[in-house]
Write a protein that binds this ligand. Structure first.
Ligand SMILES: Cc1ncc(COP(=O)(O)O)c(C=O)c1O
Length: 332
């Protein structure tokens, strides 16, 4: 029996064509800034989002830490949604490494709540309060089931944040999915943020790789911090080549993942209209039993809480696989 792995879009394996692109990549020492393939990837991604520069990192978590640190210093705070990846799933890196604090607003769909943000915002009051220097948003929002943040909300946030001198960080690990689902140009999302983190190793199917995207000055600082964290990599063009290949060949096909996710949602009794992209969250009182039962049927899904199960579609799940998995899950 074939196992259909819906635990995450990070489980994909590089295709034969991607491996070929990796094998043939021109490389150099990237700590010296001499890897042509990394330089090409950084140039291309910066251009896609309309920013000055980009920096290749091994993980999305490191990209987020570097990106947020470009806006928030030790002893200052970033505001974010309560289930944001930076708050819940980066193991406290922002506090531990950067020394910043976080306060959160809560939204079941991970959306921007500008009124709540304005209420929480703390200007510089000298020695009395922690000063807010950034707001972080996540598009698409992982733990809110791949929900898309509407462009108008992001634009309104950027306008207000600019007016009070606060920076905007966008965790765009799956910004590609938002772009394909809505048709909003990547540069329009880029224009809503001072600094972004984007991942090549989620929906795009590269084995490794993320980038920080932002201004030349912010990126110069991030390059130093990356090295300090042990993230200075050498002939890493072999990995950047996978990212370039993914941008060329795996972006438009995300629409297939979104269609497959809606099929799975229907099978699980979730309204497909609530599924914006490639993630489905199923509320089940018996989450652990559901996960075990699905596994017996050859379908891997992950628990994301005592009463919630997550299914994620990706490059290695064909339409046929999605139909088979939907059959197994519908029976449960
Ligand atoms: C929204 C979001 N941001 C950041 C990350 C971190 O990426 P990485 O696992 O490469 O550290 C993830 C990982 O799944 C994510 O879903």
């Amino acid at each position: 029996m074939k196992t259909i792995d819906l635990r995450s879009d990070t489980v994909t394996r590089p295709t034969a064509e991607m491996r070929r692109a990796m094998a043939e990549a021109e490389v150099g020492d990237d700590v010296y800034g001499e890897d042509p393939t990394v330089l090409e990837l950084q140039r291309r991604v910066a251009e896609l989002f309309g920013h000055e520069d980009a920096l290749f990192t091994p993980t999305g978590s490191m990209a987020n830490v570097l990106a947020v640190a470009s806006l928030v210093a030790a002893g200052q705070e970033v505001l974010c949604e309560a289930s944001a990846h930076i708050a819940r799933a980066e193991l406290g890196a922002h506090g531990a490494v950067t020394g910043l604090t976080m306060r959160t607003w809560r939204d079941a769909r991970g959306q921007v709540d500008l009124a709540a943000i304005q209420e929480m915002y703390a200007p510089d009051l000298g020695p009395f309060f922690v000063r807010t220097t950034a707001v972080s948003v996540e598009n698409t929002h992982n733990f809110a089931g791949g929900a898309v943040l509407p462009l108008e909300d992001l634009q309104a946030l950027r306008t207000w944040a600019g007016s009070v001198g606060v920076g905007v960080h966008l965790d765009g690990a799956r910004i590609w999915n938002a772009h394909v689902a809505t048709g909003v140009p990547l540069a329009s999302y880029g224009a809503c943020a001072d600094v972004m983190a984007v991942c090549l190793s989620k929906g795009l199917g590269a084995p490794v790789g993320s980038l920080v995207v932002g201004s030349r000055d912010a990126l110069a600082e991030a390059r130093v911090r990356r090295k300090r964290m042990g993230g200075g990599m050498r002939q890493v063009g072999v990995l950047a080549a996978a990212g370039l290949h993914a941008l060329d060949h795996h972006l438009d096909r995300l629409a297939d993942d979104h269609a497959n996710a809606r099929l799975l949602a229907e099978a699980c009794g979730v309204d497909p209209e609530t599924v914006d992209t490639n993630i489905v969250v199923v509320q089940r009182d018996d989450a652990t039993r559901f996960v075990a039962g699905a596994k017996e049927g050859g379908v891997l899904v992950s628990p994301v809480g005592p009463r919630a199960v997550r299914l994620v579609t990706h490059l290695d799940v064909s339409a046929e696989d999605a139909k088979t998995a939907a059959g197994v899950l519908a029976r449960m």
